[in-house]
Design a protein around this ligand. Sequence first.
Ligand code: FAD
Ligand code: PHE
Length: 516
Amino acid sequence: MKGLGATGGAGVVYGAMSAIGLAPAAAAAAFRPPAMGDLVGQAPGHHRVVVLGAGPAGLAAAYELGKAGYDVTVLEARTRPGGRVWSIRGGTEETDLNGETQRATFSEGHFFNMGATRIPQSHVTLDYCRELGVELQPFGNQNANTLVNYAGDTPLSKTSVTYREAKSDTYGYVAELLHKATSRGALDDVLSADDKAALAEFLTDLGDLSSDGRYLGSTRRGYAGEPGAGTDYGTQLPPYGMSDVIRSGLGRNFAFDFEYDQATIMMTPVGGMDRIYQAFTDRIGAERVRFGAEVTAVRNTPDGVTVEFREGGRPQSITADHVICTLPPHLVPRLDHNLPADVVAALGSAGRTSSGKLGIEYSRRWWETDQRIYGGASNTDKDIAQIMFPYDHFHADRGIVVGYYNTGPRHQAFESLTHRQRLAKALTEGAEIHGDVYRDGVTASFSGSWARTRFSESAWATWDQHSPEYRLLLQPVGRIWFTGDHLSNAIAWQHGALTSARAVVTAVHRRVAGAN
Ligand code: FAD
Ligand code: PHE
């Protein structure tokens, strides 16, 4: 029991206890409430489940079913686990749907995440990391020392401004304006005298206002010369002008980390997001996860499901009591199948998203030494959208910067380019933000575009989760069950895939247990 508990989490302990008749009495003593990463249950008899895809949904489904004693086989077309969780390291090789082959030559130990890279504190993804023993570290989602740089024709347009300057000045002036409005009686119809006094106190603190309610600049903006010993008071710079700050829209991305899913602090596995799916694979058992197995057909039969796939170029088939299909929705109708027309139409109704990233390795961490940037991202309205700085290997001799991470038309501006062209464009735009140093010392690079990546062909699905099409796919078709982040309310998050998988596994178990 102890060994199982140590390796399998509370679900294994309880499931195994149930199976040998110890639960609930004996389990009561050892009971702890099931954690979010547990599924409690035990297969009644022998049931084979084939899972299509070894991304987060497929591996979580296989793991939970395995815990409950089901006979599970996972078929994965790629030669690695994780799906859209893909950490790029030296040796990673990929031929994209543009026909270009890239081979990453990043230095030993360095990587970047082409897909998932950050985990919110509320997501079940973290519970699986705990259960699987995947080591975590903080992910810097926002950094006051990174830059904003936006186009336009105001005095601050095309100028790089630190987030701390932009925030200090924007919040300072907005606080000053509201303070002014209330003290001039502009809001007397909605605010009492006590309300106004409390609001003035808050605004003075928010904007670092003077005692008479003016924003005159702030040490929050930082210093041109850092304060130090003795009479080294530091060199403060005056704020930008109120009208310039407001018209230039420096604050257009401030609300990003107000979002529920994007709040700092976020977390990430040490060594790359794919560590989670290597851990899942190890726990499930490598012999149960067949890589390089591209599914070509899935059909309900009178007493089960037949799956056809190609492995090492050889056509094969397998039968199962149930199939859990985690393929991106738009790829399912391409299989040979006997799904009903309304299901095929529903699968085809999911919208697709263009998105991708470019990793650039530099031989010097200029962002740390010259610009005092330790993680976080600079933002711009140029096509690159953002530059993400590494959260790992601080003070190493080299590191990988994500030169763009963008979606929609701004990503499409890169999607059809060759890798060399993508790099050239990203270096030009990046240098306009971080200076000429951005072009120096590039030693390796690798880019990807999810719409042009085999077995994905989209970054994530877009659709209305209240639509009849979406709701239809929440139901099984015979013994075929659909799952994936596209069938959740956390699309574009591992949490969506994991919760969707847990819901389907629970439903399969209910069906099987009910039938016996
Ligand atoms: P997938 O990961 O797509 O897995 C589906 C699997 O099916 C793949 O392994 C695929 O190879 C396989 N497959 C396809 N066709 C076949 C076939 N014919 N035969 C066999 N196998 C097949 N999430 C976060 O939590 N944090 C983030 O920061 C984050 N950022 C993201 C950034 C980007 C750019 C992208 C694209 C995604 C991001 N995500 C993030 C979302 C996360 O990656 C997905 O939610 C998650 O991977 C979805 O898991 P899934 O199992 O549903 O699908
Ligand atoms: N989850 C992805 C990310 O954090 C995609 C996403 C971006 C989702 C922004 C919501 C908001 O990069």
